[in-house]
Design a protein around this ligand. Sequence first.
Ligand SMILES: CC(=O)SCCNC(=O)CCNC(=O)[C@H](O)C(C)(C)COP(=O)(O)OP(=O)(O)OC[C@H]1O[C@@H](n2cnc3c(N)ncnc32)[C@H](O)[C@@H]1OP(=O)(O)O
Ligand SMILES: O=C([O-])CC(=O)C(=O)O
Length: 370
Amino acid sequence: MTNHVTIHKGLEGIAVTDTQLSLVDGEKGHLVYRGHWAKELALKYTYEHVAFLLWHGRLPSDDELRAFREQMVEARFLPAYLKAILDQLPKNMDMMSVLRTAVSALGDDSYGWPPTVEQAMAVTAKVPTIIAYRYRRLNGQEPLEPRRDLSHTANYLYMLFGKEPSPAHVSALDAYLILTAEHGMNASTFSARVTTSTRSDLISAVTSAIGTMKGPLHGGAPSEVDETLAAIGTKENAEPYLRSLLERGERIMGFGHRVYKTRDPRAEALAVVAKRVAGDDPWLDLAVHVEEVAIKLLAEYKPGRKLYTNVEFYAAAVLRAVGLPKELYTPTFTLSRMAGWTAHVLEQAADNRLIRPQSVYTGPMPEGEA
Ligand SMILES: CC(=O)SCCNC(=O)CCNC(=O)[C@H](O)C(C)(C)COP(=O)(O)OP(=O)(O)OC[C@H]1O[C@@H](n2cnc3c(N)ncnc32)[C@H](O)[C@@H]1OP(=O)(O)O
Ligand SMILES: O=C([O-])CC(=O)C(=O)O
């Protein structure tokens, strides 16, 4: 019977659920969160507004936002046992593995089934504190407690660098966190939904998602964009460098997308944010040139594949401009996607069906009758 099953490797083009959370239109290059253009949300609102929107289905009133912020602030602090775990982890464990472990360790019995908005908020609020705690320890600095008077985004930068960030840096990072908060059935969100579909808890779902986010074909790309630019070094070297990469059959990080067959609308928006926050950085000037050359060469080497800039290319530019080191690019992407993953967990749980696709066995059969 399985012989008649069609195989869809990578589940390309297969819809596994309906969703109220986001529309990713790959042909038109549109991204909508619950009836709002993501790029407009990024210009007008804060991360807290968008988390509320994703979890509750509408933007908050002023009073609701105030109460919501207070709850998020209360949830930012790490329990002592988690700090002790973080202190025990080996120094050579990368930040995504640290996050996966620390988030998993939060999973006490307050995270029982069914998942709730309170649970989503409790873990989302702690992720910046976990990253900053570990970052400062690794750099030989005393970790800082969260500040109650700062927004989610400003407090993250404060806990990392020990000084209140400039409004320009906060609004640039908010724009990035909003633009990457949610993105349909991407690989890590799918992981979260598969885990939830077994009626496992929210912490387990987020832990699955973090493991999936880590890979260089998904959330791991922006630090590799940084490395590519560093290796290119000068505008003159862009074409020979990228050509030799493509000749060797390698991929140019920050380009191509499973859904977008045009420029990713988030790349469009982040290029504007990057220009605003890092206008005279020669790195950005080089990035704009590299983008132009990469698109030209991808059309030459991969005709008809429609490979354009994805979110990760200018994500690297914005994250660098606000002072983040490249080992924090993917963890910061993870921090933003917490709102999207947990919103999907809530949506999956509300109308659950076990996700269990088929596979086609191609191995040998045992000899003799069954
Ligand atoms: C937040 C995010 O996850 S955004 C994506 C971040 N990832 C990256 O930037 C990594 C680089 N990009 C890629 O690897 C891919 O474009 C992906 C994984 C994002 C999407 O890949 P898929 O939908 O599976 O596309 P697929 O692998 O089928 O690629 C189609 C063709 O284009 C090529 N291609 C795709 N992206 C690239 C790239 N960045 N550089 C060079 N060639 C590429 C493939 O080699 C393939 O060529 P072929 O048909 O000759 O074999
Ligand atoms: O949608 C995808 O496949 C990857 C992506 O851009 C994201 O998760 O933001």
